[in-house]
Design a protein around this ligand. Structure first.
Ligand code: HEM
Length: 186
C-alpha cells in the first residue's frame, strides 16, 4: 500500500481530508504564511503541503509558484491551442462538471473556460477539485476555499491578497489548459 507515490495521489484527490489527517486545518495551513510553525510531525508530506499552500498564497513572493511547479505541481503545457471565444452559458458549462466520464471537464476562471479534461484525477466526480468543475468558481479560487458556497463567479468581495491568489491561479491555468470559450449569461 505504500508505493512512493501514494501520498501524492492522496493529496491530489482529497486535499482537505489529508490536511485533517496531518492535524492541520486548511484554514490554518493557508494562514501560516512563511512562519516555520509547529506542524512538522508528518515530515515530508507536511513540507510539501506547505510549499503548495505558500506558493499559491504568499503575497509578493513572485517565483514561488514556479518553484512549486518545479517540485510538485504539474508542468506548464507547451502545446496549447489558440484560445477560443465561443460563448458558453452557465447551464451549458454545468454539463462539463466531470459527472459524465465521456464528456470533457471545464473549469472557468474570470469568465474564461479552460479544458481540464486531462486531469480527471483532480477535477473528476468525487475528486478533490471537482468543486471547480462545470462552473466559474473564481471567488473560491481566490479564497483558497473548497467550500461550495464560495464556488461562485462573483469575485468582487476578494481583498488584495485574495485577488493575487486568484490571478496566480488564472496564470497557472493559462499555462496549462486550452481556453475553449467564454462564459456568456443565459
Ligand atoms: C491541505 C491542503 C491542500 C493540499 C495538500 C493540496 C495539494 C495539491 C497538490 C499536490 C497539487 C498539485 C497537483 C498536480 O499538479 O499534479 C494541487 C493543485 C491544486 N490545488 Fe491544491 N492542495 C490543498 C489545498 C487546496 C485548496 C484549499 C485549493 C482551493 C483553491 C486548492 C486548489 C488547487 C488547484 C486549483 C490545483 C491545480 C490543479 C491542476 O489543475 O493541476 N488546493 N494541490
Amino acid at each position: 500500500m505504500s508505493s512512493p507515490n501514494s501520498w501524492y495521489e492522496t493529496l491530489t484527490s482529497t486535499p482537505a481530508l489529508v490536511a485533517g489527517a496531518i492535524g492541520v486545518s486548511v484554514a490554518a495551513l493557508f494562514a501560516v504564511g512563511s512562519g516555520s510553525g509547529s506542524n512538522r510531525t508528518a515530515g515530508q508530506v507536511t513540507e510539501q503541503v506547505k510549499e503548495v499552500a505558500h506558493s499559491v498564497n504568499a503575497q509578493g513572493s513572485k517565483g514561488k509558484v514556479a518553484q512549486a511547479a518545479a517540485s510538485i505541481m504539474s508542468a506548464p503545457s507547451t502545446e496549447l491551442a489558440p484560445p477560443k471565444d465561443d460563448p458558453i452559458t452557465p447551464s451549458q458549462l454545468s454539463q462539463y462538471d466531470g459527472s459524465d466520464p465521456s464528456k470533457p471537464i471545464y473549469v472557468a476562471i474570470k469568465g474564461r473556460v479552460f479544458d481540464v479534461t486531462a486531469k480527471p484525477e483532480m477535477y473528476g466526480k468525487g475528486r478533490g477539485y471537482n468543486i471547480f468543475a462545470g462552473k466559474d468558481a473564481s471567488k473560491g479560487l481566490g479564497m483558497s476555499s473548497l467550500d461550495a458556497a464560495d464556488a461562485v463567479p462573483d469575485y468582487s468581495s476578494l481583498n488584495e491578497t485574495q485577488m493575487n491568489t486568484l490571478n496566480q491561479w488564472e496564470s497557472f491555468f493559462e499555462k496549462r489548459y486550452n481556453v475553449v470559450g467564454k462564459v456568456k449569461p443565459e
